[in-house]
Unconditional design. Sequence first.
Length: 444
Amino acid sequence: MPGRIQRAPARRALPRLNARLTRRSLVVAGLLLVGCNLGFREQVTPPFPVATETPGEPRPPSPAPTRPPQQAPSPTVTLATTPTAPAPTATPAPGGPVPVRVETVATGLEVPWEIAFAPGGRLFVTERPGRVRLIVDGRLLPEPAVVIEEVAAVGEGGLLGLALDPDFATNHRVYVYFTTQAGGGALHNVVLRYTERDNRFADPTLVIDGIPGASLHDGGRIAFGPDGKLYVTTGDARNPARAQNLNSLAGKILRLNPDGSVPADNPFPGSPVWSYGHRNPQGLAWAPDGRLYATEHGPSGDLGLAAHDEVNLIEPGRNYGWPEMAGTILVGAPGDYVLPVIESGQETWAPSGAAFVSTGRFPQWQGDLLFAGLRSRALWRLELSADGRQAVALEPLFAGEFGRLRTVVEAPDGTLYLLTSNRDGRGSPGPEDDRVLRIVADVP
């Protein structure tokens, strides 16, 4: 690893928190739309030192989950009737639908996981084995910006998320999330900060450690919110009970200051935990009004259930149910759990990265949430109600055209970028995989 790592004085340990759940009676409701065709912090000793250095509006009561007698009941399915891609129009009306096309930006990547845009047009792309690649002027540079030797690319783990500091134009700081294995011990995940100079990363500094890891369920998405805080998704690391334990960093969405310290207005004093009860969240996206949404993988045999992937509206301090609840199915003790905005029922999306369409480049998708589907091999478009708490329509785009999709990101110019994930051991890679793709308006 280039550079010498710095360590700051140890931060105060997390206080032990009371995870008491309040039982109450709720109103039954559910909505499922499926498209057509389809610690305290757990102690580890990482090889890195520590860095130096919006609440939602009042919500109505959540509808109550249902409890299955033996198996989860089959949900009601509403099929979208829109085509998998917008139909071309000869002369699109102003503000109306526009035809689109998909271009290939780069090929030959190895399990890309995240893409981020720097001022000036450079693209940073993580590869799960431990490399950060750069695309400059439309060309994939042969030399990585960094090769992180400490990455343990085991199963779903490896080099995952990446985020540029909101002040990247002046401080050139880049944050990455990856799985590592100190001294041959247990897998765990960390967030590390680098400084970028001349297309190379230097000065690695640890931001947060002690995030439990495993070969499955590592979460891994990191992003800066509109409030300037760093948000981190973590999986349950194949230990579902951790998701309900507020003294563990597993199965959570975390919120940190850029230096890794805990913001004073977090819901649990002294704790980075922003929300809990998550199984394996892999997508974060903020709506134009500042609301935070997360995509989450549902069970794949856990608790005798499968599928029930989720899109959740994330609010501080709330419990999203896992493993007491999967989707809208109550399988454990009742509690004050937040039901998803939408869940996949018996189908599987395997949702990952997500983004809102906000620039007006694609009027037919304006204001909608897009999320990438791995097993479903589609880009999903979710239309939300005016209050953002209900799903109005769900549509698969480009179903089956590009294989497994890992993430979708809106570029500064309003075009949309996709990463394929066909070389992750679960896909059928083509000769150009994996690829960076770009969705553009096909207009003169």
